[in-house]
Ligand binder design. Structure first.
Ligand code: ZN
Length: 299
């Protein structure tokens, strides 16, 4: 496939071709299959996402799509530590919403006759229903972040876009403020409809997808990319060109972009918020002070 980046490594050879066509479906099937062996396992999230991150991280070093994006040594270690701390923090935000919203949303469910969750469906069907419903809400949140300047700033979404080199770890490199938006869609679905066990499976599926779509690997977008986001689509959303970053808002499910006219299938030359990457401290301050060369923030 022609690519505007002359350094882009399109898959050649048997191992890279196998990775290209099988990694995403096999990872998702494997992860959901593991979770279903014991849906109450409180460690399932960390085991599945941790293992996936290790596999993606190793492959990104062995067969990176963009060799210039490979992060090594101290910087890689620092990113791993940041993501580990932030992943624990996001759990507290989820607990916060649970405490805050469980009772009021149960009242809403009772008063509006919303006791319609299909608990009798096969568990996997319920997982995908939560997944696509949460992604529907996230699609509009994310579109609002890119559409309105106050939402862009207050959510800290610029921080997530500020990285010039992407890899699987970027799923977790978000401003702490954005956790309150990232966690909310699933919490609203789960607590409004009284979902139950499927919510944990949907959280794992969504996070696995978020990991894969940031991966610096040459992955196939065809077929699977009708419903699910692939890294070709999501990396395009990370483009430094504003018109390109205003596409593909569905981080894990791409179907809503296809339905609402924001889907784009095109290669990406450069990622980031501008020509230079802010320092870690500058990224943290982005909600209150945006770097002067930011090119993709809404006006
Ligand atoms: Zn975005």
């Amino acid at each position: 496939m022609d690519h505007p980046d002359p350094t882009y490594n399109a898959s050649t050879g048997v191992p890279a071709t196998i990775v290209r066509y099988t990694l995403q479906p096999i990872a998702l099937i494997g992860i959901l299959g593991y979770w279903m062996t014991d849906t109450g396992n409180p460690l399932a999230f960390f085991i599945t996402i941790g293992s996936l991150q290790v596999v993606l991280g190793v492959l990104e070093h062995v067969m990176p799509a963009r060799p210039g994006w490979v992060i090594r040594g101290w910087e890689q270690l620092r990113n791993i530590l940041i993501v580990m701390v932030l992943t624990i923090a996001i759990g507290y935000v989820a607990e916060f919403y649970d405490t805050l919203l469980r009772e009021p949303l149960a009242l809403v469910r009772a008063s509006l006759d919303l006791d319609i969750w299909p608990h009798h469906w096969p568990l996997l069907a319920q997982v995908f229903t939560v997944f696509f419903a949460s992604e529907f809400i996230w699609y509009w949140f994310h579109r609002a972040e890119h559409r309105w300047h106050p939402v862009w700033r207050l959510s800290g979404h610029g921080t997530h876009h500020a990285f010039k080199r992407l890899g699987a770890l970027n799923f977790g490199l978000n401003h702490p403020l954005e956790f309150f938006l990232l966690v909310l869609p699933a919490a609203l679905i789960e607590l409004t409809f009284g979902v139950g066990a499927a919510a944990a499976g949907a959280a794992i599926l969504g996070t696995a997808q978020a990991s894969i779509v940031h991966a610096n690997l040459d992955l196939n977008p065809k077929g699977i990319g009708w419903l699910l986001t692939t890294n070709r689509y999501h990396i395009h959303h990370h483009s430094v060109v504003m018109a390109e970053s205003n596409t593909n808002y569905g981080c894990s499910a791409i179907v809503w972009d296809r339905l609402f006219g924001t889907f784009s299938d095109a290669p990406t030359l450069e990622a980031g918020t501008g020509p230079t990457e802010p320092t870690l401290w500058q990224k943290f301050l982005m909600p209150i002070r945006e770097p002067a060369d930011t090119a993709i923030a809404p006006r």
